[in-house]
Design a protein around this ligand. Structure first.
Ligand code: GRG
Length: 303
């Protein structure tokens, strides 16, 4: 098995993750300077630099490096992924959507800056993501940049994140089948994770075959991410409440543990990690180590 591979044994994943996240944080800080009009730039920076695991940018860079590219070629795209992820969180937290007061341990954007500014901060981050890739990517051919931007646009729009959100909103209070739940998660969560990996491979000069291989890996990881999120919802709130049933079981929200039971959901998560890892088996083990560990990190994360 891959876990017994000596190249994988030597790989320091925590160090890799924190050093990549630190570089991404620096690049994000530089990408959104505090300028006039001060309030909107402050609101954008508030959510963008509020922490977060930086899973999408690290996946983007790891995929670029897997196919032989340099980190610098993927850095603007990695930042774009986090900008779009952050904007989706700002809009998701709005009173007209999930109406949340806290995000990443801090008051949500609209709680601090007001609804109008929060909507505009999201809009500005979405626009900046595309501008940043187009204007700041160096040493990548224009055709690859355009191809990656098209991939990103389709992952975010009405066939991607927005589709997931709208179907999720429409399904509120209704009985949701496993198939419908999968549609919501594939679009709300997995599409952007998939785009992170695929765009990283495009920026890194990956062949069509390699890019499609990492896409398959990313599809499994994207779904895995949400299954784990749902499991954490149950286990965290069970621990907090000292009860056996978590918050999602108390409310009517459809989740994997609710639809298939906690044990089957955990089994499904294990199957998805195995499948994800199987998809990158064809790459050199030492080069694939970051993506291998990232899949395991997503499976075993505690937040
Ligand atoms: C994209 C145009 C556009 C509009 C937004 C609101 C909306 C449409 C979509 C909602 C998308 C959403 C909030 C999906 C949930 C994604 C998710 C699993 C978030 C948690 O991600 P983590 O765990 O969070 O990576 P951190 O804080 O670590 O970054």
């Amino acid at each position: 098995p891959r876990s017994q591979n000596p190249s994988l044994g030597r790989f320091q994943f925590d160090e890799y993750m924190s050093s990549k996240a630190e570089k991404v944080n620096k690049a994000l800080d530089e990408a959104v300077p505090l300028k006039h009009p001060q309030k909107i730039h402050e609101a954008m920076r508030y959510s963008l630099l509020a922490g977060g695991k930086r899973v999408r940018p690290v996946l983007c860079i790891a995929s670029c490096e897997l196919v032989g590219g340099d980190e610098s070629s993927a850095m603007p795209m990695a930042c774009a992924m986090e900008m779009i992820h952050t904007m989706s969180l700002i809009h998701d937290d709005l009173p007209c959507m999930d109406n949340d007061d806290l995000r990443r341990g801090k008051p949500t954007n609209h709680k601090v800056y007001g609804e109008e500014t929060a909507i505009l901060a999201g809009d500005a981050l979405l626009s900046l993501a595309f501008e940043h890739v187009a204007a700041r990517t160096l040493n990548v051919s224009p055709s690859r940049i355009v191809q990656a931007l098209a991939e990103l646009g389709s992952a975010v729009g009405a066939a991607g994140l927005v589709a997931g959100q709208v179907v999720d909103i429409d399904s509120e209070g209704k009985d949701v089948s496993l198939k419908e739940l999968e549609y919501i998660h594939v679009h709300k969560t997995a599409k952007l994770l998939e785009a992170s990996v695929v765009c990283g491979a495009i920026m890194g000069g990956g062949s069509v075959i390699d890019t499609e291989r990492v896409r398959k890996y990313a599809r499994c990881v994207g779904l895995l991410f949400q299954v784990v999120d749902d499991i954490l919802d149950v286990t965290k709130s069970s621990a907090e409440l000292g009860k056996t049933a978590g918050k999602d079981l108390a409310t009517n929200k459809a989740t994997y543990p609710r639809l298939m039971g906690i044990d089957k959901a955990k089994k499904f998560a294990i199957e998805l990690v195995d499948q994800a890892i199987g998809e990158i088996d064809c790459f050199d083990a030492s080069k694939a180590a970051p993506l291998y560990y990232l899949a395991n990190y997503i499976a075993n994360r505690q937040n």
